[in-house]
Design a protein around this ligand. Structure first.
Ligand code: ADP
Ligand code: ZN
Length: 525
């Protein structure tokens, strides 16, 4: 192949010629242009956003080889097969090959016969491999799943730390391109620092795919909901994620008993069973897949119409990744999170069970709290999600999420909020949500009496509501930033600046919550 002019027009031509797509997606175009200018680039895109094309198309135009660092051996083969089928000269080197095969591929690269070479990060740590690579003309190093370099992310891989020394050691420094779907500020900072990107272009795009209608449903009967929902969407492919194997098995049985074409997937099944189940889902032999989060990595099924979370995931990164498996084809799809307070207990239990240092633990608790905040927010869910990931957006409500479509009227909750803030203040900001709620309810439990909280003027100040309702209101106030929880297993609820303004009567609080339950005129209802 002759060297070509590095213009976006030429890139477009390649896209058309090899992939048959008429145009880049908005996010792709900026990333491709940045790479063609020779700039280090960090591209943040949701799973299914089309990251691969962002480095594969430049690879076709750049004079030398593009080395792709990819963490999953199984994905490597799929990618290379797809490229080869499209007529793009590509290969991979990994532990499944014999020494002879590896040598053949390196020789092919040396002869300039390859445009893309996929390797696992561990390989960059091998001396002989680095020496071989130094002999080649490498134009670009593309790092896939770049968040693996960060300890803050959800799947840290030590070998990603070898990427930067490897790149710096090459005789000519290639362009460095990094891609991920994870964009929290800490992870982003780590990627820029640990991969040592130089003056990079950073592009965050498309996290809020506008075909996805996000919902959070609190207080549903989850089992009934799943049975009804799958029944009314019986002809559409969907995924139901549950937190534990036991729950997956249970839901799966129920769906089966109800006559649905359901499959299941979790780490307790044999490799064969899992592979079979996955195939059946890909080929539409089963409609609904009930699974733990073990299911999904690397699955490219474009027509998933709904993803239901039976339990709240551990953090927003995990949620967005899993929910993002819906609607990859751009057609309207639903992402539904069924939330219950029990989910918080489960996630805390899992954090405590996992042996890790205290800094990491604190970090997980913080992320968990942000996930809980998402479940309680009354804001547009898509805006809340984009804010979390730092994506710039116009703050325009999406119009299709469960907040945007909530028809309950906004109720002035200022007086209730004042009662809550005042009670927390009088309890010296030293207790958790549960005790604050029971004091406001007017409970005379042993703990309330022991601390003398029955003598507080706010004791029983909200006796017209149930303790559950009060907790619900407090949780919404937390998610809206009036209150904050300390970190750790037993968080203490504290007042924040906006709460002081509410107490001084300088600010109103509006929430979409059920009004206090009143006995109806006709007696029992
Ligand atoms: P990611 O690596 O971000 O998960 P992929 O690169 O696998 O995403 O792309 C996801 C899907 O979108 C693939 O089926 C791909 O062919 C398709 N796709 C990517 N870019 C375009 C484009 N510009 N036009 C149409 N389809 C595209
Ligand atoms: Zn919305």
């Amino acid at each position: 192949m002759n060297p070509q002019e590095l213009t976006i027009e030429n890139a477009q031509e390649m896209l058309q010629k090899y992939y048959g797509y008429p145009d880049f997606r908005e996010g792709q175009k900026k990333i491709v242009a940045s790479l063609l200018e020779g700039r280090d680039t960090l591209g943040i895109m949701p799973t299914g956003g089309g990251k691969s094309i962002c480095y594969q198309v430049p690879a076709l135009l750049l004079p030398g080889l593009t080395l792709v660092v990819s963490p999953l051996i199984s994905l490597m083969k799929d990618q290379v097969d797809a490229l080869t089928t499209a007529g793009i000269p590509a290969a991979y080197i990994n532990s499944t090959l014999t020494g002879k095969e590896v040598n053949e591929r390196i020789r092919a690269a040396r002869r300039g016969e390859l445009k893309l070479l996929y390797v696992a990060p561990e390989r960059l740590e091998l001396d002989w491999f680095r020496l071989e690579m130094a002999e080649l003309s490498i134009s670009c190093v593309a790092v896939d799943e770049a968040h693996c370099v960060s300890q803050w992310g959800h799947d840290f891989r030590t070998s990603y730390l070898a990427v930067s020394p490897f790149v710096e050691e090459l005789p000519e420094r290639p362009i460095l391109a990094a891609f991920t779907a994870t964009a929290t500020p800490e992870v982003m900072e780590d990627m820029l620092r640990l991969l040592r990107l130089r003056g990079p272009g950073v592009f965050v795009t498309g996290l809020g795919r506008d075909n996805l209608a996000m919902s959070v449903l609190r207080g549903e009967n989850k089992k009934e909901f799943v049975l009804e929902y799958t029944a009314s969407h019986a002809h559409q492919p969907g995924i139901v994620y549950a937190a534990t194997r036991k729950e997956v098995d249970d839901l799966y049985q129920r769906l089966r008993n109800a006559g649905f074409a359901a499959g299941r997937y979790h780490a307790g099944m044999s490799d064969d069973e899992r592979a079979e189940s996955q195939e059946a889902f890909l080929y539409d032999d089963i409609r609904v897949m009930v699974a733990t989060n073990a299911f999904g990595m690397g699955i490219d099924k474009s027509n998933v119409r709904y993803v239901i979370h039976y339990n709240m995931p551990k953090n927003m990164e995990a949620y967005v990744q899993e929910a993002g498996r819906a609607g990859r084809d751009g057609e309207p799809s639903q992402c539904i999170l069924l939330f219950s307070a029990q989910d918080i207990m489960t996630q805390k239990f899992l954090i405590e069970q996992n042996p890790q240092d205290s800094e990491r633990k604190q970090n997980e608790y913080r992320k968990l709290q942000q996930m809980i905040d998402y479940c309680y927010t009354t804001r547009c869910l898509r805006s809340a999600m984009l804010d979390y990931f730092g994506e710039v957006h116009g703050d325009k409500p999406c119009g299709i999420c469960s907040s945007c479509t909530d028809e309950r009227e906004l109720v002035d909750m200022t007086v209730d909020a004042q009662k809550i803030f005042s009670c927390i203040h009088r309890m010296r900001e030293r207790f958790g949500v549960a005790l604050v709620s029971s004091v406001l309810k007017g409970s005379r439990s042993q703990k309330v009496l022991q601390y003398g909280f029955d003598k507080l003027p706010t004791h029983g100040a909200m006796s017209g509501r149930t303790e559950k309702e009060i907790t619900e209101i407090v949780n919404v106030l937390i998610s809206e930033g009036y209150l904050a929880l300390s970190e750790g297993q037993y968080p203490v609820v504290r007042l924040q600046q906006p709460a002081a303004e509410v107490l001084r009567g300088q600010r109103e609080v509006r929430q979409r919550v059920a009004r206090p339950s009143r006995p109806s005129a006709g007696g029992r209802d």
